[in-house]
Design a protein around this ligand. Structure first.
Ligand SMILES: Nc1ncnc2c1ncn2[C@@H]1O[C@H](COP(=O)(O)OP(=O)(O)O)[C@@H](O)[C@H]1O
Ligand SMILES: N[C@@H](CC(=O)OP(=O)(O)O)C(=O)O
Length: 548
């Protein structure tokens, strides 16, 4: 599709674009650079130029369609006209980075300390606000309409946000309506005595809606022009899977149109709510699963074809293991998109499991940085990296896994066994995680936490087993953990030899092993109660010892 970019007083674009004018110096350059600044964004290009005595129309094409008209009157005092004045990167700050007024001040300083960057800023809710909102919602279900104001979590949220605006010296009107509506919503939940997934998403959206409003107001107050955006108003179109929605393709051109359109008309740092979208059928607010702001960031990075996506956390990058399990974990300097995706998928809380997809598709580097320690180099995630010396990159633990051992009741050589097993899971809408097979048996794990929008409840498990028992003998094993060894699986013999030596020394029996086709991950299933000890021992052997 084509966009018409109308540039007032830009007849002087002609010297360069149509060779019809004899003007050889500014002001034409500003208008021209304005046009090139839009069109030089990957995915955009200008196709034709029509010029008359007062205006010039530059037609800008957008790969994804959707962009129709961008209008701009160029004037001398507008700064957008520089060729290098386009948005450069995404900077996403998680809840831990914007947990208080002092943290917001530091983050603002940090953003402004990169004068060459023109970032799109993505923010999560302040601190633990999302958890508190969910708890408040659950309490509201049973507490009665008149008791809403005594819910501790509601008081906490109000107090945190009101204190923050006061300490930052901004007007509390930026969040007053949201706080009132939040209380009304909780009363509604109390009245209905139910908290649906749809209402949960609407409820938690208050966190991001308030943090971004506060932060944008603060930036404006200190003289850095900023504009707040609710993602669900600017084209983040998702599936209607409340609490676990996925970004739809239409999002990219829509978001590009809105953010670039506003930027070229009136540049201001965009401050976008992370984690939120709009269901394409329901038109209701959706969320993209816990930690979904990372996905918001990478989606914007791809939509706008930016140079880099920065994800600012409270740790020095992606670490060699979860620092809550083992404090000696070290930052990993480089990762591929594939490694980072496996790491996130197999439970490293540091990145959202789906967040690498847009970055990989757009081939946009992702840098994981520490907002508490900005000088630390962090982790750079790119399409490829030098793997010649890489053995193990990181160890990831996923707890509370359910495992199924399924042995066919038919004889060897029967075809269709695996197909039947997997069609059972498909029919029941259940995600399978790690799989190991022989001709007559299959072991697999089910992930009850992140991949489903519902918890795996006992009745569902019983139903799964009942279905599978029609064709197999089934053994259900709960309280298992998956330890994923992310690294260079080209060196799998070395990794396995070392890993099994460690596990044997620690008296741990591995119940299942699987090496995925991704070639970056070996998964081992062990008992939950042995898992943390295994991670620590593996970390010692792989990252802190010279012994082979
Ligand atoms: N392999 C890992 N590398 C880094 N952090 C990890 C890892 N595994 C778990 N974490 C945890 O993830 C946290 C950062 O993720 P998250 O809380 O989602 O950050 P934010 O809220 O800032 O986006 C860290 O504080 C750390 O405790
Ligand atoms: N606030 C949401 C979304 C998010 O991404 O948060 P964080 O960046 O703090 O993990 C959550 O807590 O899940």
């Amino acid at each position: 599709m084509v966009a018409a970019l109308q540039i007032g007083g830009a007849e002087t674009l002609c010297p360069v674009l149509s060779r019809r004018s004899s003007y050889g110096r500014p002001p034409w350059s500003k208008s021209l650079r304005f046009a090139t600044s839009v069109a030089s964004v990957p995915g955009f290009s200008y196709s034709t130029v029509r010029s008359c005595c007062t205006t010039t129309v530059v037609k800008v094409s957008c790969e994804g369609g959707m962009v129709d008209v961008l209008e701009r009157k160029a004037t001398e005092n507008q700064s957008f006209g520089k060729a290098d004045n386009r948005l450069t990167c995404v900077m996403k700050f998680g809840g831990s980075s914007v947990a208080s007024s002092s943290r917001m001040r530091e983050v603002a300083e940090l953003i402004l300390s990169f004068p060459k960057e023109r970032p799109v800023v993505v923010l999560s809710a302040m601190g633990k606000t999302t958890n508190k909102l969910l708890l408040a919602g659950e309490k509201a279900v049973g507490c009665g309409v008149t008791n809403i104001s005594s819910i501790d979590e509601l008081s906490f949220i109000k107090e945190l946000h009101l204190r923050t605006v006061e300490e930052l010296g901004i007007d509390k009107s930026v969040i007053a309506t949201h706080l009132e509506e939040l209380e009304q919503l909780l009363k509604g939940i109390a009245m209905m005595k139910e908290l649906t997934l749809r209402t949960k998403d609407y409820l938690v959206s208050f966190g991001e809606c308030m943090s971004t409003r506060i932060f944008a107001a603060y930036l404006n107050k200190i003289g850095a022009k900023a504009r707040q955006y609710d993602a669900f108003e600017i084209g983040f179109i998702t599936t209607d899977d409340f609490t676990n929605a996925d970004i739809l393709e239409a999002t990219y051109p829509a978001v590009a149109k809105r953010l670039l359109g506003d930027w070229v008309c009136d540049p201001a740092i965009p401050i976008v709510t992370g984690f939120l979208g709009k269901g394409w059928r329901s038109c209701a607010v959706t969320t993209m699963g816990r930690g979904g702001s990372d996905l918001t960031a990478t989606t914007i990075g791809k939509a706008l074809g930016l140079r880099e996506i920065q994800v600012w956390k409270d740790v020095d990058g992606v670490l060699t293991c979860d620092p809550n399990i083992y404090s000696q974990a070290e930052p990993v300097p480089y990762l591929t998109f594939e490694e980072a995706a496996e790491l996130a998928y197999f439970g490293a809380q540091v990145l959202h499991p789906q967040s690498m997809r847009p970055a990989k598709e757009g081939d946009i580097p992702v840098r994981v940085k520490n907002s508490y320690n900005p000088n630390a180099p962090g982790t750079l995630i790119t399409r490829t990296r030098d793997m010649s010396k890489a053995v193990l990159t990181s160890i990831v633990l996923k707890r509370n896994i359910t495992m199924l051992d399924i042995v066919s009741t038919r004889m060897l050589g029967q075809y269709g066994f695996l197909a039947k097993v997997f069609s059972t899971f498909e029919d029941l809408g259940i995600s399978v995680d790690v799989v190991a097979t022989s001709e007559v048996s299959i072991s697999l794990t089910l992930d009850p936490s992140k991949l489903w929008s519902r918890e795996l409840i006992r009745q569902e498990l019983d139903h799964v087993v009942e279905e599978l028992e029609k064709i197999a003998v089934v053994n259900l094993l709960q309280h298992r953990s998956i330890i994923s060894l992310i690294g260079n699986v080209q060196k799998s013999s070395l990794i396995l030899e070392k890993a099994f030596r460690v596990l044997r020394t620690n008296g741990v029996n591995v119940q299942m092993i699987s090496q995925g086709a991704s070639k970056v991950n070996i998964s081992l299933v062990v008992n939950d109660n042995e898992a943390e000890q295994c991670v620590r021992a593996l970390h010692l052997a792989f990252f802190e010892s010279d012994l082979n």
